[in-house]
Design a protein around this ligand. Structure first.
Ligand code: NAP
Length: 337
């Protein structure tokens, strides 16, 4: 009998997650049936959305999330042993699952396992980062919703994270002036010196509005919002005429989703005739490969650089998750099993 280890939720989070909120358990796996595969996890993804998702799960459930797994047994055509899949199986090291199951609509974003394309010499973990969900979360909302044009000013918050670091680089490729906000001086240095951001600021030390008035005296054309809260209000107050805002995340609010304020929209929304749209990447399910193949091309051409913060060891997954929420990651946070 094949055994699996899984990390389950011991209790719902009270504020920021803590290691005591998780427990490791073991289970026996069933035999692989027709249409199913047995996958062994190689990398786990730790993502901000998992924090809010927990509310939809019961205590005792496997903690929900994405992983890259190697197929070790297969009774599913098109999923040969030795290939890898990205699957939303949660934090478990072995899984028997159908290849056809899934539900790619919100609120539960559960796509069926996707075969990882042949990546050549690129790391497999990128399929959880720049060449996976976070990469597409940058690519589609920026290009399809905000449609930046050369010479425009693009501002992004959460700029040194998995999504934000890709947003800024795509905007730079498109000929825009890029302004990033991140939570440490080391991140700011990385954005400016390695990723080619034109301006970057540590939002913990700098007044966002003052920084924008210096870096973009005529205002911001496109705001890619990863964080919400006061930083976003400040950026939205500094938009240019007919500016576009896409709200992808609100990580500054995730510790208390029940008591959020709906603040007055800055007067600039009317004066500057701004457009604001929220977006889940699940919307682009049908165009998934389009984003991944363009991002892969840019990575291979070194037009997009990536960085990963890799935590080693299955049992350290909750710690990696908690660290990412606190801002310990540069680029994509993953766990290597
Ligand atoms: N809508 C979608 O389909 C979709 C898809 C993917 C991601 N997202 C959202 O996009 C955002 C970025 O996700 P990601 O995967 O790229 O995560 P990430 O940026 O790699 O990691 C999270 C980062 O958030 C920052 N942060 C934490 N608390 C903050 C606060 N109070 N204020 C400002 N920044 C804070 C930290 O960086 P600092 O050091 O800079 O503070 C941390 O490193 C998240 O809000 C996530 O939920 C949405």
């Amino acid at each position: 009998m094949v055994k699996a280890r899984k990390i389950v939720l011991v209790r719902h989070f009270q504020g920021p997650p803590r290691t005591e909120d998780f427990r490791i358990e073991e289970e026996d796996l069933p035999p692989v049936k027709e249409g199913q595969i047995l996958g062994e996890a190689v990398y786990f993804s730790v993502d901000p959305f998992q924090k809010g998702h927990t509310a939809m799960h019961k205590v005792g459930d496997t903690f929900y999330g994405a992983q890259v797994a190697r197929i070790v047994e297969s009774r599913a055509p098109g999923f040969p042993v030795g290939r890898h899949v990205v699957a939303y199986w949660g934090w478990r090291d072995r899984t028997v699952a159908d290849v056809g199951s899934g539900r790619p609509e919100p609120p539960l974003y559960v796509t069926p396992p996707r075969l990882v394309p042949h990546l050549g010499d690129l790391p497999l973990s990128l399929s959880l980062g720049v060449l996976g969900m976070p990469g597409n979360s940058a690519y589609f909302p920026l290009l399809d919703i905000c449609k930046p044009t050369p010479g425009e000013v693009v501002a992004v918050t959460g700029a040194a994270g998995a999504v934000g670091s890709v947003v800024g680089q795509i905007a730079r490729i498109k000929g825009c002036t890029v302004i990033g906000f991140a939570g440490s001086d080391a991140k700011v240095k990385w954005l400016k010196e390695d990723l080619g951001f034109h301006h970057a600021f540590n939002y913990k030390k700098t007044d966002v509005s003052t920084a924008l008035k210096q870096a973009a005296p005529d205002g911001v054309d496109v705001y890619f919002d990863n964080v919400g809260g006061d930083i976003s209000t400040a950026v939205m107050s500094n938009m240019r005429y007919r500016g576009r805002i896409v709200v992808i995340g609100a990580i500054s609010q995730y510790n208390d989703l029940e008591h959020q304020k709906l603040v007055n929209l800055p007067f600039t929304f009317l004066a500057q005739q701004l457009r604001l749209e929220g977006c889940s990447v699940a919307r682009y399910h049908d165009r998934w490969e389009e984003g991944i193949s363009q991002l892969t091309k840019w990575v291979r051409e070194s037009k997009i650089k990536y960085r990963e913060t890799v935590t080693k060891g299955f049992e350290n997954t909750p710690r990696a998750f908690i660290g990412m929420l606190r801002g310990e990651n540069f680029g994509k946070a993953v766990v290597k099993l």
